[in-house]
Write a protein that binds this ligand. Structure first.
Ligand code: BTN
Length: 236
C-alpha cells in the first residue's frame, strides 16, 4: 500500500511530499527523512527535527468528500497511538489530546500536520523516538525515555501498518469507529479545558467529540462546538 522514499535530510517532508503530489505522485507515496532542516508544526510553529526521530509524510489520494478530510487527522492519531503502544512497556499507554496530539504520561511524543494539495492530502507525522525539545510551553517525551525500545525505521514500519489498517476501516465503515477509538484514548468526559485565541478564550469541560470530530465543550453559556485550534488542559 505504501512506497517509502528514504532521504537523509530535507527541509520538510510535507513540502517534499507536496512537490511530488503536484508532479502527480500516486496514493501511498511516503517521504521519510532522517532529519528536517525546516520541519513545520501546526499553526506555523517549527518542529524540532534532528536525526534520531521519525519524520514522515504520507500522500493520500482518496475518493472522499472534502468535508471528511479533517477526519484523517484522527485516523492518523489512532494509528500513531497504536504504534507507540506497541513500542512501550506494557503498563504505559498512549493518550490523545484534541485534535491529534499523542501523549505518554502527559508529555507530547508525536504531532500530526494534515495539508491538502489539490485533491490529495498529505499526512505529516513526527514521532519523538530518541530526542525531544526542551523549553516548550508543554511537556514533551520520547519513546526511549518512556522506557520503550525502538529504532526509527522499526517505528515507521509499524506506523505505516497501523495507518493502513485504520484507513481501511475508515473507508469501509466511516468515521464512527475512528471516533470510538479516539475517545477510548482521549480526555475523560468532564476534563476542564481551555481553547480559543488570546482575547477570546473559551473555557469549559470536555463533553466528547461530535460526529465529525469537532470538540464539544460544556461551558457556562451552553455546549459549544470547536472545529479548530489548540486546547490547554490544566494539570490534574
Ligand atoms: C504539530 O504541531 O503537532 C504537528 C507536527 C508535525 C511534524 C511532522 S514531522 C514530518 C512532517 N514534516 C513536517 O514539516 N511536519 C510534519
Amino acid at each position: 500500500m505504501f512506497t517509502v522514499q528514504h532521504l537523509e535530510r530535507t527541509g520538510s517532508t510535507n513540502d517534499e511530499a507536496r512537490r511530488q503530489a503536484l508532479l502527480g505522485a500516486p496514493h501511498g507515496t511516503v517521504v521519510h527523512a532522517d532529519e528536517q532542516t525546516a520541519g513545520r508544526g501546526r499553526r506555523e510553529r517549527a518542529w524540532f527535527s534532528p536525526p534520531g526521530n521519525l519524520y514522515i509524510s504520507v500522500l493520500l489520494r482518496l475518493p472522499a468528500a472534502p468535508a471528511r478530510i479533517p477526519e484523517l487527522s484522527f485516523v492518523a492519531a489512532v494509528a500513531v497511538a497504536d504504534t507507540v503502544d506497541r513500542l512501550l512497556p506494557k503498563h504505559l499507554r498512549a493518550t490523545l489530546k484534541w485534535p491529534n496530539d499523542v501523549l505518554v504520561d502527559g508529555g507530547k511524543i508525536a504531532g500530526i500536520l494534515l495539508e491538502a494539495v489539490d485533491d490529495a492530502v498529505i499526512v505529516g507525522i513526527g514521532l519523538n523516538v530518541l530526542l525531544a525539545p526542551h523549553n516548550m510551553a508543554y511537556k514533551t517525551t520520547t519513546l526511549v525515555s518512556a522506557g520503550g525500545i525502538a529504532s526509527v525505521d522499526g517505528a515507521r514500519d509499524i506506523l505505516l501498518e497501523r495507518l493502513g489498517a485504520w484507513l481501511t476501516i475508515w473507508q469501509a465503515d466511516g468515521f464512527a469507529p475512528i471516533r470510538t477509538a479516539w475517545l477510548a484514548r482521549g480526555h475523560a468526559i468532564g476534563t476542564p479545558m481551555r481553547t480559543g485565541s488570546g482575547n477570546h478564550p473559551v473555557e469549559g469541560s470536555f463533553a466528547g467529540l461530535d460526529d465529525d470530530g469537532a470538540l464539544l465543550l460544556n461551558t457556562p453559556e451552553g455546549q459549544k462546538r470547536i472545529v479548530a485550534g489548540d486546547v490547554a488542559v490544566p494539570p490534574v
